[in-house]
Design a protein around this ligand. Sequence first.
Ligand code: DO4
Ligand code: MG
Length: 278
Amino acid sequence: MKLYRTNKGQYVEAEGLYYSVSDLSWDALLNHDDLHGYLETVVGNNNPAKDFAETKLEAPIQSQEVWAAGVTYYRSRSARIEESKDAGGGDFYDRVYSAERPELFFKATPNRVAGPGSPVHIRKDASWSVPEPELTLVINSRAQIIGYTVGNDMSSRDIEGENPLYLPQAKVYNRSCALGPAILISRDPLPASTPISLEIFRGGKPAFSGATTLAEMKRTPSVLVEYLFRDNSFPSGCFLMTGTGIVPPDAFTLESGDRVRITIDPIGTLENIVAKAG
Ligand code: DO4
Ligand code: MG
């Protein structure tokens, strides 16, 4: 089942049909004692809605914070070492890749998150910007992974590479994060073979594409969640982006008007147009 947040309310999709879920707020749904069972009741007791096609999708978030894990794929480790070598940062990234404790950082508040089809931003003081396609965990206030969505951790590589202490500025700004198109509600972990793909189009033509699978991720979702919730509480639940395994070549930087498509097969495709902030 997939849960959608739209401008006309919330919907659950089951076997290609959409059902309105109107009795509870988004926060209440994500923190429901038995979300899967509740959605099954909605599907079983109601007629499908006819108006889903007329809705505009919104980011699947209400009051949750968004956090992110870094350097969870070897490809990200190599890219970070390369971009920060002049600043002497390479060693930090190598060490964090192999350390027991993962890199976890604050990524966005809900107002900084773009939904499907709305713009993501590149900073106006950045010269090297990339999207980062990431499986994103949806976690309730009890630290249970209740589902998965697609995330884009927009990043300013020149700022991040200049000094690791600039990470919050490279990562956290208006529209620096996109989530959607839906939350795949699942009690089970996604298979290691789950593919993640990134396509970037410029002027309608392919400018970059890449792919990876969850098998390339060094850490497990449950270990990342366990670290995130250590002495840390999330009364409305939270989102946790799990890191990128796809990095465009160093010569590539995003431009205004680029179209970014991220697909994680069982969840869907998140598509956004890039705009320069300001
Ligand atoms: O340490 C920098 C962040 C890396 C990151 O966002 C990623 O690996 O996805
Ligand atoms: Mg990232």
